[in-house]
Design a protein around this ligand. Sequence first.
Ligand SMILES: Cc1ncc(COP(=O)(O)O)c(C=O)c1O
Length: 385
Amino acid sequence: MSDKPGSGASGPTDLQDILRAPGFCRHSTGHTAVVEWDADTGWSAPAVGPYATLPLDPATLGLHYGQAVFEGLKAFRGEDGSVSLFRPDDHGRRLARSAERLAMAEMPADLFTRACAQLVAAAEEWVPGGYGQSLYIRPLLLATEADLGLRPSRRYRCVFLAYPADPCFGSGFRPLAVTTATETVRAVRGGTGESKCAGNYAASLLTRTRAQAAGYDEVLWLDGLDRRRVEELSTMNVFFVWRDGDGSRLTTPPCEGTIVRGLTRDSLLTLAGDLGLPAVQEPTAIDDVVDGVRSGRLAEMFACGTAGVVVAVGRIGAGGEDLTVGDGREGPVTRRLRTALLDVQHGRTPDKHGWLLRVGATGAAHAHVIPTDAPHTDEGGGRNA
Ligand SMILES: Cc1ncc(COP(=O)(O)O)c(C=O)c1O
């Protein structure tokens, strides 16, 4: 068995071995779904096929000028063995917003969801069954026209990849160590910080690599103007849990164009409400975080995202100091929220917000199943179509 992308598995025994401990995106299922857009013909229907390299002209616009945006979403196996995508339409809408910011073709959410559903249906045996495990779907939308003039491409390809996955920081949910960025910023208002565009991640790599060399897991990005307010990590949003009388109060930085509008963040704000935990979007200065850790007012801090789920932050490097949040271990609010989210994703608790979409053969009898071969209804798909 090989760890190379696209390698798939050679047989059922290999597959069972992989599914027991898949790691994060180490083994492609060997399938892709592809949707294409051309200025003359609009969007194609999704085509599911074998994993393959992309035939790209070296003058491809997306490679030179960065018209490349992506998503990350998951399909989960329920208690009853069925398979469901988590909030696929919302991921589709976010991909379209990312594309709009980069003057790319905006794929209709129903087409996005159908491509994901067809891919998951084809790769259904690859969806692991363990709690917290999933099939991770990575859609990449890339400008494919070859031309060196600076202008929006007139052709795009969206390739959907699939990998069985443990949470990206491991299924043990070890608390993370993060450090503030002092030299660089990730985003400024009016920039591309809210988009899941490839360039944002490239821009984070130098600082992230240096942080990791210094013994941290991740960078805690501050606002790009006066570097005072906490924004997010390179691939996850953040929450703070403040002591408030006998209870606790959760805050998370607001979405003002510089952070990714995380769907995990949004789901947790809703689930916190369901659990009776006050949770608000509120700017938070790094100085208040430091004071809160020192005084004990900041009880917990955690990061959240599709890939990592919900993971405690146990240590913060800020202003040349290393601070331990609480006792450095995962706190009860962090654990409670992660469990609440995973319980919905695995169908252990009712999906009262309508976040799950059943797909695949086992979903055929379900009321919300979408046919994987239905024609999509919106040929338009935004202003580029
Ligand atoms: C920069 C950044 N912030 C936050 C998130 C979390 O978003 P989500 O919860 O939708 O995965 C992601 C991941 O997509 C991200 O890349």
